[in-house]
Ligand binder design. Sequence first.
Ligand code: PMP
Length: 403
Amino acid sequence: TSLFNHLDTMPGDPIFGLMSLYAKDPAEEKASLTIGVYRDEQGKPWVLPTVRKVEKMIAEDVATNHEYLPMEGLHAFVESARDLLFGNPSPALTSRIGSLQTISGTGAVHLGARFLNDSLQPKRIWVSDPTWGNHHAIFDIAAPAVEQKMYPYYDAATCSLNFSGMMETLEEQAQPGDVILLHACAHNPTGIDPTKEQWKLIADLCERKHLFPFFDSAYQGFASGDVDEDAWAVRHFVDRGTLELVVAQSFSKNFGLYGQRVGAFHIVTADEQARDKALSHLIYLQRAEISNPPVYGARIVAFILQNAELKAEWEQDLLIMSGRIKTMRAALFGALQELKTPGNWQHIVDQNGMFSYTGLSEKQVLALRKEHIYLLTSGRASISGLNRDNVKMVAKAIDKVVR
Ligand code: PMP
């Protein structure tokens, strides 16, 4: 008998479960719209050409070694990550930003959750309903004493933002000192972002109610194709000069470096002294949790961001990815219109980033599986799983299950 027999079996991740169902499906025509990873027109993983080029340069550089990084990470990477996010901040602002390298976006959210848990001891964290599923799990394990609350976000009737519901709930129920988690752009899973005017009102609310903003930035440049546009909300909150905040930043999608675990965590404080203290705590946590972050992917990102020519090439890669996704949104919408599929599908083109919350019900999603099309039961579809070859078949199947 084992000491571990008392354990329950934890539920598996629904996305990874679906991926294995898809892999086992013998049908020749099938489509996987599950995981949030970019796929090219052939449905294959895509190594960004700029990344490939830099990998070769790094491999051939005899000075490359595999020593440990400092605890806070590769300096060239951390600085370029900060500058990309905050838009080349002024020295005055830079002195108020503390940054360190993390195990991608997940590690950054984790580090931030644990740090805020210890330093601010908030009573509640507000997350959007729905949010990236892992947000719940990360805050569960890293900030167990913090109650998780959800603010309305998605309006199922229109497949768009329930802005008034969000604002009313926060206005009535959020308390000073609560943390509010915000997706910087390309909200996962809905693909719906606030407008700039709405972002300003959210920032007003944070100021007025003394809520602490925690941005999750996993798709900068991947959503609109423009790194500055996608960072607008974060920069607006910072530019107001009245808010302290933190940001978890991922380079998985915008550099296609999923498996290399490249990310950063940033804190913006009111003054330099507070920044230094906060950073010392973050580095202390980092030491205990991972000692120091991995070097390979960070080196690639730093190499690209620190060279104007390579950065421009990478921005072209971003346009290829965001452009293909937009084209596929339009193609799916067009095909559904052609089929005169009942319902309004405009939201498929209006939504943004990797995902579309299609509005398909769980029953319809399960019926789609019989047509060899895989998406989450929430109706979330990963648009990059579409390509010219399968989009018509996906539209036909959707048409069939909604009639
Ligand atoms: N936050 C959000 C909202 C995400 O969608 C993701 C990727 N699924 C992440 C964080 C973290 O991704 P990673 O750890 O690969 O950077």
